[in-house]
Write a protein that binds this ligand. Sequence first.
Ligand code: ATP
Ligand code: MG
Length: 409
Amino acid sequence: MGSRVCLVHYHEIGLKGKNRARFEHILMDNLKAALAAFSVATVTRISGHILVTFSVAGEAERAFPLIARVPGVARVSLAFHTNRDPREYGQAAIDALAEAGDFESFKVAARRSNTDYELTSLDLNRQVGEVLCEAYPDKKVLMHDPDAVVHVLVVQGSVYVYARSVPGVGGLPQGSAGKVMTLLSSGIDSPVATWMLARRGAVPVPVHFSGRPQTADTSEQLVEDIVRALAPAVQVGRVYVVPFGDCQREISLACPGALRVIMYRRIMYAVTERLAALEGAKAIVTGESLGQVASQTLENIMAVNEVVDLPVFRPLIGSDKQEIIARAKQIGTYEISTQVAPDCCTLFMPRRPETHAKLDAVHEAWELFDHEAMIEQLVAAAEYVDFDAPCYRAPRALAERHTVLAPRA
Ligand code: ATP
Ligand code: MG
């Protein structure tokens, strides 16, 4: 039996013409980072795939589901690696089919990436097919839509054989699209929005507004847990934490109750835009979904959006809650997001928030407190926590100005 390796398949990055090599390198770096806890021997390109080999037996099997979660991975297969000896790859085909799950029908799909091998793909299909028919006499060979497919890939001196293969999350490798600031609460939606932008190749830099010092720091802890749940497949290198409680109190004393939430949100957006300038991030991302709560009506989104110039992306705007919940479960953040934590959202909430804000009233309320000074003060008071994420590049000269928080265990 040959050794076990993971074969990574990608679609979209294959379409990027001249950029292809760049995208492949980013994906290879991200795979290495995601697999830092494994004894990875090599990560190389072979014939339109990325091959990951391990130096310890059993690791390919364990790494296989993790690789499927890395953005840019369309599919991952757990393969046997053998030499070109037909007995070796024939046995690998028997073993591969044994781990394909329940099946009644199968076929062989062989491919050789270079023509210096004497057997053609058709010869290989026939040869391996015969071995399998002998090993599995009660199973049927079916060319159209079989239950299992045994792939045989000949690349130079090596043969890769697999039947076990799972879809990956797809998308593009993180770091291929630049940075975005994501407004990350500890709720269900914004971790999903953050993940979605990461899947499209962006490096998310979350900003969390905490109710501190008016509340405990429980929500900050949950936000860190969310970042750890996304890792190591999805990388977040830094989370900004803005203690917002005192400013919320000031706003709640100065502004009409119904417009408070809009004022909080305008401040959050404006502070995030300033942090984006420090980070070199080119967009703001939120977890808003149209009409889901009072603050997410078209009027209110407009009343908040106007304080910033950067594009604001709302990847969940057309999603239903059930879809968002299903995704949150899949990416591992749901359990964390359903823990209760007082954050700035629960602090100083009006009994009846405005659902269809009029811009004139919003502008009037905005002038009732020194919003410019507040924004500046909050930007200066922003703290941050760093995580291991090679695709994130920290801006220079921030360290002296902001408090660095140690990540919690
Ligand atoms: P979520 O589930 O993401 O908390 P939500 O359904 O609770 O969203 P809102 O409270 O209206 O909805 O928040 C809308 C969006 O505003 C959030 O998805 C998030 O992007 C941002 N946001 C809300 N509260 C915070 C916070 N404390 N810190 C950072 N961003 C926040
Ligand atoms: Mg929320």
